[in-house]
Design a protein around this ligand. Sequence first.
Ligand code: ATP
Ligand code: MG
Length: 308
Amino acid sequence: MIRTENLTKGFAKDRGIFSLNLDVPAGKIYGFVGPNGAGKTTTIKILCGLLKPDSGKAFIGDLEVLPRNISEIKKKIGYMPDIFGVYEQMSVWEYLDFYGAAYKIPAKKRKQRIEEVLKLTEAMHMIDYQVTSLSRGMRQRIGLAKTLIHDPQILILDEPAGGLDPTARIEMRHTISRLSALGKTILLSSHILPELSSVCDIIGIIFKGELLVQGTVKDITRELQEKIVINMTLDSDMNHARGILERIEHVADVKAVDEDQFQCAFNGTRDQVKNVLKLLIDNDVLVRWFSENEADLEDVFMNVISHK
Ligand SMILES: Nc1ncnc2c1ncn2[C@@H]1O[C@H](COP(=O)(O)OP(=O)(O)OP(=O)(O)O)[C@@H](O)[C@H]1O
Ligand SMILES: [Mg+2]
């Protein structure tokens, strides 16, 4: 639904985005993640037709992002910039009505639509607030409500949880999940990883303008995890068990983490992990619990970036 082909926009030799190939399938939540200055906003602005690439192509659905397609693309996408202005002298209702009118929603329908978007963003109680009186978190919700006013199928949200406190971040995640359940395709950017792993179907990691990896959170963590870590709880003599464990191929760094628990690194393939359990049992070690630690996305992110 959102796609780029070798998208490039250079501001300087090592600043900008370089040959980016994004692929966001319909109905999925795509987390576009990278540190400050990685190129997230640049990519997003190109997707929304606000910035012209040096080379490469961007597509929204079947439409290439070109001036002649922009009016059609604008109907399809809802874009929430990282920093957006609000017209200070308006109430929330007037603000949303203004944008509804800009999207040519007939006056009669606007009232109903405003209520729908405020319900979706859990901001109905703010309908008569002055925009000036809104806190950062409230503004963010009203900004999202504005983004939804023309009922776009595709949402492009640049740091939607930026500057929010932990509770407001959780609420924003819930709202994004609700929007996804309505069938919308969502691309959202963030530099905060734990925020994304729980809500996104697919993650793309961008660093210095290059897309380093793209895939499901599970695939990425598995593929890029540096080494597998195994935890086990045993009902056997720990010295005997340690001796066996240390002789198993690919096992390293055996550590006692409790009086009946070991943790070790495993340098073989994921398919070979089962051999460790088998060899322990074959050597009369009684295993009560055996599990493989999944690395979290944050570890993987740090690995990818440090290798780069
Ligand atoms: N108009 C511009 N002129 C010159 N350089 C720019 C311009 N816009 C962006 N850049 C540079 O391009 C790179 C990518 O910037 P971009 O804003 O896309 O990063 P980002 O990933 O959105 O970062 P952040 O997390 O801070 O929002 C940065 O090095 C930035 O300085
Ligand atoms: Mg940005």
